[in-house]
Design a protein around this ligand. Structure first.
Ligand SMILES: [Zn+2]
Ligand SMILES: [Zn+2]
Length: 120
């Protein structure tokens, strides 16, 4: 199994990483957003770039759930985590399916950047 499984002390690990993050998403573009800036979303605050409330989660950067080294873990808001998984999923899919239409899926959602208009 490439993904492995969560270690028994995962709840402690997860809490430690979210404490390291200071309650703020640690994503700095891994989800393909933010342009190199750190994500502004904070745990249990109303989401800025999505609807609802932010839930800070902990992502495995290499997607191996048994690999819980600090450098493999990143506190991510639910939006970033979902996008990050999605981007990785697309990369894997694209690697195995040459005809996979990824181009439009990689484009940023304009709803996430209401201040920017490219169609002016
Ligand atoms: Zn985020
Ligand atoms: Zn992000």
């Amino acid at each position: 199994m490439p993904e492995g499984s969560y270690p028994p002390d995962w709840p402690d690990i997860s809490r430690r990483i979210r404490e390291r993050a200071g309650g703020q998403c640690e994503c700095t573009g891994q989800c393909a957003l933010h342009r190199g800036q750190r994500c502004q979303e904070r745990d249990r605050k109303p989401a800025r770039f999505a609807s609802g409330q932010v839930v800070l989660t902990v992502a495995h950067l290499n997607h191996c759930k048994s690999d819980c080294r600090d450098e493999n873990l990143l506190a991510m808001c639910n939006t970033c985590h979902l996008r990050y998984d999605h981007v990785l999923h697309l990369r894997n899919a694209a690697a195995t399916r040459a005809d996979y239409a990824t181009a439009d899926l990689f484009q940023e959602d304009p709803k996430l950047h209401p201040g920017r208009r490219d169609d002016a």
